[in-house]
Design a protein around this ligand. Sequence first.
Ligand code: DC
Length: 241
Amino acid sequence: MGPKGLLITIDGPAGAGKSTLGRRLAQELGYLFLDTGAMYRAVGLWAKEAQIDPNDKETIEQLCERLDLRLKQGAQGVEVFLNGRNVTPFLRTPEIDRWSSVVAQIPGVRSWLLRLQRSYGLEGGVVAEGRDMGSVVFPEADVKFFLTASPEERAKRRYNDLIAQGANVTYQQVLEELIKRDKQDQNRKIAPLVVPKGAIIIDTSSLDLREVLDLMLQKIHFYAKQRGISPLPASRDTLNF
Ligand code: DC
């Protein structure tokens, strides 16, 4: 446990609920939400806007380290700043889904983001969400979760989100795209999607948000109790679970 609290990781495939649950868990614990998918998305957005061929690894590797990428805890949750500009509203589109998935396969992008992610995480008081958090970035995390759900259920959630944003997509397209991304994420050479050693696996297919959240909080409080510590920052010590 770092000086600011526990280090908690959430891994899992696209659409398993990592972002929503990570954000809520961080809120309830008073922790920072380290949204690493948003960091890869920001790199994808930058490459797209700079009109760099996403397969041109060398150029992307050379230039990405000069980017100023920061996460800030805003009133509405975590916000992503790229070279001083708030890019949060542009990150969750089908186009950036594809760009981020390609840049996430570039070794130099991963090693740069890994250093950045560790600099945020090691003090503790962090819920880190991504596909390689408990396996590669924070193998020493206090509590590791692996969230999963059936591809159909995950596609349904993603489809509903996209429709709510006004996107013009069909459920079938979303399902096919998701299965393709699963394969890409599982089969890539570096940091493939795996269940981290010691992770608590939760299948969210038939659970609602509150049920998963309560399950996660129970596990966190059980871990803390075993060690005789409070997982909450000092100001929230009175909150009982
Ligand atoms: O979780 P997400 O959909 O926002 O992630 C966007 C892309 O970034 C996705 O293709 C997987 C990749 N990613 C990754 O490789 N490692 C992470 N820790 C987080 C995301």
